[in-house]
Design a protein around this ligand. Structure first.
Ligand SMILES: *[C@@H]1O[C@H](CO)[C@@H](O)[C@H](O)[C@H]1NC(C)=O
Ligand SMILES: *[C@@H]1O[C@H](CO)[C@@H](O)[C@H](O)[C@H]1NC(C)=O
Ligand SMILES: *[C@@H]1O[C@H](CO)[C@@H](O)[C@H](O)[C@H]1NC(C)=O
Ligand SMILES: *[C@@H]1O[C@H](CO)[C@@H](O)[C@H](O)[C@H]1NC(C)=O
Ligand SMILES: *[C@@H]1O[C@H](CO)[C@@H](O)[C@H](O)[C@H]1NC(C)=O
Ligand SMILES: [Zn+2]
Length: 947
């Protein structure tokens, strides 16, 4: 699945320093989707809802109490017919009906049939919820009793006799379910086109919602073939994983799909809509992009169509395995909870992740489309063709796709240099989380992950980004050709089957080059223990040592590690401009009077510290000749220094000193890295007297960059040609306006005013829209806000709507912010899928933060009841709101909030709340210890000119 708050570059940046919207850091903490509430789900259709009376209360846990299926029955294939109604019934309910026949084999003698079924009303056959028959004359025991177990979402059949090992049976069910707007299972999405409300039936099965569409053995290892038939209105089109092979039209249309490959239930997809498509052929493979008619007519699908073929072709070469299916559909949905979902052959996306308007969209929007497509298509092999046996290994699936998405996107857009950006968007992002004592190892044991909520919790930044970072490191030390060969061997060996992560290590080991330890032993240290090391290099003595890096040096790690927090660290390094041979930690020493830089190109997942003399050599190199260092290492020096300072390993002023050379820096990645780190200073100090000095320093550093862009864009009439230069222009304008560099605010006001005067002619370049909207609204009043709201409601391009939605949170006017908060709980104003992020945007604004906190506290139980079922990310909400918390008073409030709501619960935010308390405690300490030094340093630096 794609990342949910995968925020495109230019959205986060402009506001970063304005502190109106610290998205970039919000995404750092995102949980890809929400825990479902296990309680009160579904109701039995008829008959009993409790186990047979014979069950004694003291008996051991029954099979149906376990969240894992017994391994006695294995599905072979399903025949599933579904009929979604796109109009409400007499009771105002949108429903779907269906039937399913599953052929399964008995592999262990049993008198119980346990199959998943959730929120489905099952038709009764002679008093039972299903019909059972045998394949090929097999004798079938009679059904003694059948019932539904709500907690574990099972349909259970108790048989009078036992099923025979080796024999196959057919279980037939007929059912009715609700086509709700809950974004889970088979659900309903709505949109308005030309004043007419349209309804789409669509699906999201990952991780545990296929059972909400039809009774099935809903675990990833229960692979089967699916024969799908969809009944739908004439004039609508039905899509599923396979290619459509038959269409009969009577009063209703009946679309039949080719049998799927052997696949997992979580990758199924069913969609009925009146969408249209554009298509292309890539070596006879049919590629289609589906969306609302208006979006397709506006050519918003063209870019996706253009890049899909090349990206698929890249993966075929990279994996050395041809695309396993007969077609590739990708569809943009108006309501979608995650960023995208890799359903096999029918990938679903949020509109902003698939649609690109050549005129209206920004470079950041385009990059997002490319990377999300590259991510999802990577899963077509890794994840879909070969699937991890259970959700505890999710990190390998998601980490892998999050790594190779950069390779796929790089192939589609070679001029972007996009592989470097992984440092910012994955490595640095996850360093921030993984440096906390409350982090957790990538790998969990299978028995630790059972309930749907525990499965949902696996979709987090650690899985995605740390997974990506350690795989990148692995690929780097094995070398990419070796990595790809091992991968290909793994994919071909386990095609249509399931694995555990060690299977991949074995296949990589088989094509191994010379390593000091086995792939297995090296990688275990990175996957089975949390965190990462800081490597300290002392150029005076030549010693190199490692230590578990913790952001808060006083926090205690109460989780022992079998490896004692020692890693096998592959170190690449440069000495006075010359690349040195890679070595494994503790094999060699470095010393001398020359500058040394370790972790070249940041290929390793670790931080680096040096002795003060080497730090000073690096600082003077930056100030005199920064191009001597690779661009991502310049970013790395800044990021390492700031984090080492947070951990009290070096002085805060040394970290600040790494930003002095920025007045000469023109590249995006180091600037972005600095802005993100300084964003912490803004969050901690924008309500204190330090803020004045901070702004003055920023102003001095950003002015040359602002002027640089004014120059190369001919007074802002053109756009820089380089991909990342375009991002850095956005940074320059955003920061310059925040700190009031001469001319910036006037420029922005005049653009926005021109647009207000003539709404159909927006004069603002798409790249700069987010920044301009945000600042114009921040420095404007109700007119600017209301204009944005009108344009938001009228927007036909999802990314434009999304820019406006975040910009409206930039206003400094409290009543406008409160009104906006109220809108978030009204789905006719703000779509449910967007509610959480809108509240987060408001909380990121220094004026909005206390309002959002009050809002959420006052309505916690309501929000939890209403939105707890999936579309609301509570973890993101808590993270977003508590980002600035840095006083004893705020810590007490947070603790009180936890106590007051123990009854209601925190669902998927449980861990986030603990982290918020930990982080607030650390912030309080940090501010106490650093405020005076920071104020002094900033004051000196902003008053004296550099020599
Ligand atoms: C499934 O559908 C196929 C094709 O219609 C049919 O031949 C087969 O008998 C069906 N199997 C079951 C168990 O209903
Ligand atoms: C399922 O049955 C219950 C109880 O009869 C009813 O309230 C509910 O509306 C039904 N759901 C659907 C989708 O038909
Ligand atoms: C898609 O490709 C066509 C043909 O190469 C090109 O004309 C068009 O500009 C491309 N569209 C986009 C949005 O990149
Ligand atoms: C940019 O504007 C300034 C002041 O308005 C003017 O002096 C300068 O010539 C302009 N430069 C270009 C390249 O248009
Ligand atoms: C709303 O959108 C329509 C169609 O895109 C456009 O014609 C109209 O001018 C827009 N209205 C406003 C107020 O911008
Ligand atoms: Zn994914």
């Amino acid at each position: 699945m794609g990342k949910v708050y995968y925020i495109s570059r230019n959205v986060g940046l402009c506001m970063l320093v304005l502190a109106a919207s610290a998205l970039a850091t919000i995404i750092a903490l995102s949980v890809a989707y929400n825990k479902e509430r296990a309680k009160n789900q579904g109701r039995p259709a008829d008959g009993t809802s409790s186990p047979p009376a014979a069950t004694t209360p003291s008996a051991a846990r029954e099979a149906w109490d376990s969240y894992r299926l017994p391994q006695s029955l294995i599905p072979v294939y399903y025949n599933v017919t579904l009929w979604p109604r796109l109009e409400p019934d007499a009771d105002g309910l949108y429903v779907f009906t269906g039937s399913s026949a599953v052929v399964f084999r008995c592999v262990k003698e049993t008198d119980l049939i346990i199959i998943h079924s959730n929120k489905l009303n099952l038709t009764s056959f002679q008093g039972h919820h299903a019909k059972l028959s045998g394949v090929g004359g097999v004798r079938v025991p009679t059904i003694q009793k059948s019932w539904l177990v709500v907690k574990t979402a099972y349909l259970v059949l108790q048989l009078q006799g036992r099923l025979t090992v080796g024999a196959s049976y057919v279980l037939f069910t007929e059912f009715q379910g609700e086509l709700a707007d809950d974004l889970e299972g088979f659900y309903r999405s709505e949109y308005v086109e030309d004043g007419v409300k349209k309804v789409v039936a669509t699906s999201q099965m990952q991780a545990t919602y296929a059972r909400k569409a039809f009774p099935c053995f809903d675990e990833p290892a229960m692979k089967a073939v699916f024969n799908i038939v969809i009944i739908h209105h004439r004039g609508t089109v039905a899509l599923s994983n396979g290619r459509e092979i038959g269409l009969k039209s009577a009063t209703q249309s009946i679309t039949t799909f080719e049998p799927t490959q052997r696949m997992s239930t979580y990758l199924l997809a069913f969609i009925v809509s009146d969408f249209v498509s554009i298509e292309s052929l890539q070596n006879h493979l049919l590629i289609r992009i589906w969306a609302r008619k208006k979006a397709i007519d506006d050519k918003q699908g063209d870019y996706a169509r253009n890049v899909t073929g090349p990206i698929l072709q890249f993966y075929e070469q990279y994996y050395n395995a041809s695309y396993p299916l007969s077609k590739s559909d990708q569809i943009a949905l108006p309501d979608f909870n995650a960023g995208a979902m890799e359903n096999w052959g029918l990938v679903t996306y949020r509109e902003t992740a698939l649609l690109y308007d050549p005129v209206e969209s920004s470079t950041g929007n385009k990059e997002r489309v490319t990377t999300v497509i590259a991510h999802e298509l990577a899963h077509m092999w890794f994840g879909n063709l070969v699937t991890l046996r259970w959700w505890n290994d999710l990190w390998l699936n998601e980490g892998f796709a999050s790594y190779v998405e950069y390779l796929g996107a790089d192939y589609a857009e070679p001029s972007w240099n996009i592989r470097d950006q992984m440092i910012l968007y994955d490595v640095h992002k996850v360093f921030a989380m993984d440096a906390l004592a409350s982090s957790h190892p990538l790998s969990r044991r299978e028995e630790e992950v059972n309930e749907p909520a525990q499965i949902s919790e696996m979709f987090n930044t650690i899985s995605y980004s740390k997974g990506a970072a350690v795989l990148r490191m692995l690929s780097d030390f094995l070398t990419e050709p070796v990595f790809a060969r091992g991968l290909s061997s793994y994919l071909n060996r386990f095609a249509f089957d399931n694995t555990v992560y060690t299977d991949l290590w074995e296949h990589l080991q088989q094509v191994n080059v010379h390593l000091p330890h086995s792939v297995h032993d090296i990688m275990n240290r990175w996957t089975l223990q949390m965190g990462f090391p800081v490597v300290s290099i002392d150029t005076r003595t030549g010693s190199i040592t490692q230590k578990h890096f913790l952001l808060d040096p006083d926090s205690a790690v109460d989780r022992p590690s079998q490896f004692n927090y020692v890693w096998f660290v592959p170190i690449k390094w440069i000495k006075t401009g010359e690349e040195q041979q890679q070595h494994w930690l503790l094999q060699k020493t470095v010393s001398g009077a020359d500058w040394v830089l370790a972790n070249t190109n940041v290929s390793g997942y670790f931080r680096v510290n040096y002795d003060l003399e080497n730090w000073n050599r690096l600082l003077s190199l930056l100030n005199s000749h920064h191009q001597a260092l690779p661009v991502i290492n310049r970013a790395q020096i800044i990021d390492d220094a700031f984090n080492l300072a947070r951990a009290k390993i070096i002085d805060t002023t040394l970290a600040l000193a790494t930003t002095k050379y920025l007045s000469k820096e023109r590249d995006y990645i180091p600037w972005e890295s600095a802005l993100r780190n300084l964003n912490y200073y803004i969050l901690m100090f924008d309500r204190t007297e330090v803020y004045g000095a901070l702004q003055a320093y920023f102003k001095k550093q950003i002015e040359p960059l602002f002027e640089h862009f004014r120059g190369i864009t001919a007074n802002w009439t053109k756009v820089p040609t380089g991909h990342t230069d375009q991002y850095n222009q956005i940074n320059a304008v955003g920061v310059a306006c925040t700190v009031n560099v001469g001319g910036c605010r006037e420029l922005i006001r005049s653009w926005y005013r021109q647009w207000m005067e003539s709404p159909s002619h927006n004069p603002i370049h798409s790249n700069l829209k987010s920044t301009v909207y945000c600042h114009a609204i921040a420095f404007g009043g109700v007119d600017e806000w209301d204009f944005a709201w009108t344009m938001f409601k009228n927007a036909t391009l999802a990314s434009e709507a999304s820019r406006l939605r975040s910009a409206m949170a930039c206003t400094k006017t409290p009543w406008l912010l409160n009104r906006y908060l109220d809108y978030t709980l009204d789905p006719t104003k703000i779509r449910k899928q967007d509610a959480t992020s809108t509240i987060q945007y408001i909380a990121a604004n220094v004026v909005g933060m206390p309002l959002a906190w009050n809002f959420v506290r006052a309505r916690w139980s309501y929000i939890f009841q209403q939105y707890g079922k999936g579309s609301f990310s509570f973890a993101n909400l808590i993270n977003g709101i508590t980002k600035r918390f840095s006083t004893e008073f705020e810590l007490q409030e947070l603790k009180k909030f936890k106590e007051d709501n123990l009854q209601v619960g925190f669902g998927s935010a449980t861990l986030a709340l603990e982290q918020a308390i930990e982080k607030t405690t650390a912030n309080i300490k940090w501010v106490t210890e650093n405020k005076a030094d920071v104020l002094r340093w900033l004051t000196e630096e902003s008053t004296f000119r550099e020599t």
